[in-house]
Design a protein around this ligand. Structure first.
Ligand SMILES: Cc1ncc(COP(=O)(O)O)c(C=O)c1O
Length: 459
């Protein structure tokens, strides 16, 4: 058997929320001035109310509204494949499976939360959602979500991608979104940056600041985020819940679960339901959870575990996470979705506790892995999940050395059809193996402690 498809009625009816099952309570976001935990009501100016309720909910299972489930039917359930050709090419005794989210209209997992967020906003009478996007995956997902629920999307797209990668911008525009290159003249913060530095290439941190400013200065608008927050991650658990059923059809269960991490939503969506099996004593095996990040943006492998802002203008509360510092300007690597300075607080806590392990790879080895995958399995992966593919290949080769027939499951969270420039640069040998320098992280932490001398900074 090469793949398992489920029927529409097998789309989960509830999302899984990890909060009640964490090894210890999640450190809350705090106000940088009072140092007090931020109250849910304070976040309601920014996000739809229902999203905030989910953010702090201790309910393990959250019902998926029927309208959202019906919208999921446009592309869900997604297929789960066994990568038999890749296994053969590697001559590994390991069995490799992948859950493929590239079949959604924008080509990634991102609409699993975009349609839910747009639905809740529409129900609350909100007319417009603002957001940021790197290379355009998240922006295009939100543009789709808003279009399906009759709302407007305003997307601040990191300027370097806006100029270099026009195709996702065009897709967003076709779906009715307004797209601005960030930093833009559309916000006070953007204008301030442009005045000092007209050629500023932008960053996700800056684009988040612009999108938040736009939302809080307009009555009819709220802000939408594509990763990091608990409610976003729990919306993604449809991925892992479906994958569990599909693995049952294969009569197999993973020893290792692998995913790339930008903010951590796709990987969490896959592994949380299996984590639930583990903590509730249902898992037949002791599963290894393996996250993969780029050496050019090594938030967990080189960053520090502390409270930091989620954006560059320091508009967000302080969030406890592994961070490279909110002033981080990413090197120009091709995995646009993996260039965020922080990671999801739940994922960071699980890393800190040793329950999730994280490894980093440079983009040259990552694209080589993507190429092997495309040559064996046919699907051209996006640069982001190609990080997971590299880690899967390494794990499978380790199995070859030890003779272990482990089961490896990974998330192929998007296709690479909009990333042809990246693959062209790879083919012509132009890619560089960037490594983000340790000194820069230390400098950013010094800046952070200048701002907040009371912060505890740990690894
Ligand atoms: C295809 C794809 N994969 C992964 C990511 C990383 O985000 P996350 O870790 O939240 O899944 C992105 C973000 O834009 C993306 O577009």
């Amino acid at each position: 058997m090469r793949k398992v498809l489920l029927s529409e009625d097998e789309i989960p009816k509830q999302w899984y929320n990890i909060l009640p099952d964490l090894p210890e309570p999640l450190p809350p976001p705090i106000n940088p001035v009072t140092r007090e935990p931020v109250k849910p009501e304070e976040l309601m100016a920014l996000f739809p109310r229902e999203c905030i309720m989910q953010e702090v909910s201790q309910e393990r299972w959250i019902n998926i509204p029927e309208e959202v489930r019906e919208t999921y039917m446009l592309w869900r359930p997604t297929p789960l494949y066994r990568a038999i050709n890749l296994e053969r090419a590697l001559k590994t005794p390991a069995r490799i499976y992948y859950k493929y989210e590239g079949v959604s209209p924008p080509g990634s997992h991102k609409p699993n939360t975009a349609v839910a967020q747009a639905y809740y906003a529409m129900k609350e009478g909100i007319k417009r959602l603002t957001t940021e996007t790197g290379a355009g995956q998240w922006g295009s997902a939100l543009a789709l979500g808003c279009m399906l629920f009759g709302m407007k999307a305003t997307v601040y797209m990191v300027k370097v991608s806006y100029n270099q990668k026009p195709y996702r911008r065009i897709l967003m525009e076709l779906w009715g979104a307004d797209v601005y290159p960030s930093p833009s003249a559309n916000t006070e913060y953007g204008r301030r940056i442009l005045k000092d530095d007209p050629d500023n290439p932008g960053s996700l941190g800056i684009a988040i600041s612009e999108a938040i400013e736009d939302a809080i200065t307009h009555e009819d608008a709220k802000y939408s985020l594509g990763s990091v927050l608990n409610f976003v991650l729990l919306h993604q658990t449809v991925v892992g819940l479906e994958a569990k059923k599909q693995m049952e059809v294969f009569d197999d269960y993973p020893d290792i679960i692998v995913g790339c991490i930008g903010g951590g939503s796709s990987f969490s969506g896959l592994f949380w339901p299996f984590y639930y099996d583990k903590v509730s004593g249902r898992a037949p095996k002791d599963i290894k959870f393996l996250a993969v990040e780029p050496t050019a943006c090594p938030s967990i492998t080189k960053g520090f575990y502390t409270y930091d802002h989620g954006d560059t203008a320091r508009l967000t509360p302080l969030i406890k996470m592994y961070t490279l510092g909110h002033t981080f300007i990413p090197p120009p690597i091709h995995a646009g979705g993996l260039r965020y300075h922080g990671k999801a607080p739940t994922l960071c806590l699980l890393n800190k506790k040793g329950i999730v392990k994280t490894v980093a790879y440079n983009q040259v080895e990552v694209f080589k892995a993507a190429h092997l995958f495309a040559k064996t399995e046919g699907i051209l992966p996006a640069p982001e999940p190609s990080h997971a593919i590299k880690a899967v290949i390494d794990e499978a080769l380790r199995c070859k050395e030890t003779g272990e027939d482990k089961t490896i499951l990974f998330l192929l969270c998007g296709h690479g059809h909009f990333d042809m420039q990246a693959f062209s640069d790879y083919l012509s040998g132009k890619l560089l193996p960037y490594e983000y320098p340790e000194e820069k992280v230390k400098e950013a932490m010094q800046e952070l402690t200048k701002l907040y001398p009371w912060l505890k900074i740990e690894r």
